[in-house]
Design a protein around this ligand. Structure first.
Ligand code: SAM
Length: 287
C-alpha cells in the first residue's frame, strides 16, 4: 500500500504532530509567509503558515467562537470591532453574528492569506467578507494600532505565533497601541499559545499587558489541532467586572441575539476563566 505524503508541524522541537496529506490544494511563499492548504481525511482542509497549523475545517469553530463571543458577550454593547490578523475569515464570520456590531475592521499583514483562504477555505468566512460592515486593511497590526485615530470596543488579535511577522503582535508597542485604540469599557483578547508548551509567551504577555491595562488575565479552551493541551487567550481591559459577569446576564445576552454555537455557551464562558495552578503560579511569580 502506498504511504500517503505527510505534513509535519515544526512549531516544537523534539515532538509534534503530523497530518496525512490527501491533496495539496495550494502552496505558496506569499512574500510574507510560507502558506500551504491541504486536504486531510480526519480534519478536512488544513491551513498552515511557516510550518505551523493555523486552522482546520473540523475544529476551527472552537477557537473562533471563543475568541469572538467571550469578549463580545462580556462587553454587551460593542459597536466597533478590530480584528488583527484573522485572514482566514473564521473570526470575521463569528463577529458578524452580532447584530449590534456596526463596523468590523480587519488588519491583516498578508493579502495572500485572504485571497487563498477565500478560494480554498470558503466555509471559514461563509460570505462574511461581503458583509457591508467589513473593511480590510493590509498592514502590520502594530503599525495600525500605533497610528490609527479610530477607537474600538473590542480588539481581537487573531495572530500567528510569535515567530516571523507574528512577533510584532506580542510586543509592548502593540499592547500599548491596543490600549490606546480601545474605548473606555473596551476589551482586548489575543491568542497566546498552548500554555503547557508555550508558558513563557503567556507570562511575557501578562507582564507587558499589565503596563497598559489594569485588569489582565487569560481564558482557555482546548483546540485539538493546537497541539499540547489548552490554548490560553490573553484578556485585558480597564474593568475587572467585564470578566466576572453572572451566568444569568450572559444567558440573557446570548438569548437576546439568538446566538447558537457548537462550543460556546454561558457556562463555557465563565468556566473558561478558570486557569491551571501551574499557570497561576508562573503569572504571580513574574509580577
Ligand atoms: N487561528 C490561528 C492561530 O491561532 O494560530 C491564527 C489564524 S490567522 C491565519 C493568523 C493571521 O495573522 C495570518 O493571516 C497572518 O498573516 C496574520 N499576521 C501575522 N502577523 C501579523 C501582523 N504583524 N499583523 C497583522 N497580521 C498578521
Amino acid at each position: 500500500m502506498s504511504h500517503p505524503e505527510t505534513w509535519h508541524e515544526t512549531l516544537h522541537d523534539h515532538f509534534g504532530q503530523y497530518f496525512t496529506v490527501d491533496k495539496v490544494l495550494y502552496r505558496e511563499t506569499t512574500g510574507q509567509q510560507d502558506l500551504v492548504i491541504f486536504e486531510n481525511a480526519a480534519l478536512g482542509r488544513v491551513m498552515a503558515l511557516d510550518g505551523v497549523v493555523q486552522t482546520t475545517e473540523r475544529d476551527e469553530f472552537i477557537y473562533h467562537e471563543m475568541m469572538a463571543h467571550v469578549p463580545l458577550i462580556a462587553h454587551g454593547a460593542a459597536k466597533k470591532v478590530l480584528i488583527i490578523g484573522g485572514g482566514d475569515g473564521g473570526m470575521l464570520r463569528e463577529v458578524s453574528r452580532h447584530p449590534g456590531v456596526e463596523q468590523i475592521t480587519m488588519v491583516e499583514i498578508d493579502a495572500g492569506v485572504v485571497t487563498f483562504c477565500k478560494q480554498y477555505l470558503p466555509r471559514h468566512n461563509a460570505g462574511a467578507f461581503d458583509d457591508p460592515r467589513f473593511t480590510l486593511v493590509i498592514a502590520d497590526g502594530v503599525d495600525f494600532v500605533c497610528q490609527s485615530s479610530d477607537k474600538f470596543d473590542v480588539i481581537i488579535s487573531d495572530c500567528t505565533d510569535p515567530i516571523g511577522p507574528g512577533e510584532s503582535l506580542f510586543t509592548s508597542d502593540f499592547y500599548q497601541g491596543c490600549a490606546r485604540c480601545l474605548n473606555e469599557s473596551g476589551i482586548f483578547v489575543a491568542q497566546n499559545g498552548v500554555c503547557f508548551l508555550q508558558q513563557d509567551e503567556a507570562v511575557n504577555s501578562h507582564r507587558k499587558l499589565g503596563h497598559y491595562f489594569s485588569d489582565v488575565s487569560f481564558y482557555q479552551a482546548a483546540v485539538p489541532t493546537y497541539y499540547g493541551g489548552i490554548m490560553t487567550f490573553a484578556w485585558a481591559s480597564q474593568n475587572p467586572a467585564l470578566r466576572q459577569l453572572d451566568a444569568g446576564t450572559l444567558t440573557a445576552r446570548i438569548d437576546q441575539i439568538g446566538l447558537t454555537c457548537r462550543y460556546y455557551n454561558a457556562a463555557i464562558h465563565n468556566g473558561s476563566f478558570a486557569l491551571p495552578q501551574y499557570l497561576l503560579n508562573a503569572l504571580s511569580a513574574s509580577r
